[in-house]
Design a protein. Structure first.
Length: 125
């Protein structure tokens, strides 16, 4: 199986790298490298937010969080990847944006837990 990481939106997403070494990629491979770096940081941020939130939840909340996370991953995968013949295509810009949005969701739930108490019902879509 071939895996092709997404340059599908590379030209539209290069603005995200302004004022950095990735501001003007020399070719698609350079752009893909830069986009992957942004995705990796977004994924790290997501894991930090998930761990922080799970530390505030009771057993029922952790169960809801895990279920919600599984549903989110399924949606992200359906939205940001596809199979074509023997290739697997991933749109890294889409995956990055979905990951950033999920991180913001988790951070919002964490703020609720700290300020007014955890609301497990909000952990599921």
């Amino acid at each position: 199986m071939k895996i092709i990481l997404g340059t599908m939106l590379l030209l539209a997403s290069t603005g995200a790298f302004a004022n950095s070494a990735c501001d003007r990629p020399h070719n698609d491979f350079d752009g893909l490298y830069c986009l992957n770096k942004v995705y990796q940081q977004a994924d790290t941020d997501l894991n930090v937010a998930y761990k922080a939130l799970s530390g505030k939840l009771d057993a029922s909340g952790i169960s809801a969080l895990r279920k919600g996370e599984g549903q989110w991953m399924e949606h992200r995968n359906e939205s940001c990847s596809m199979r074509h013949n023997d290739a697997f295509l991933v749109d890294l810009d889409c995956a990055t944006q979905a990951t950033i949005e999920r991180t913001q969701f988790l951070q919002s739930r964490y703020r609720e837990c700290v300020s007014s108490g955890c609301q497990n019902s909000k952990l599921l879509p």
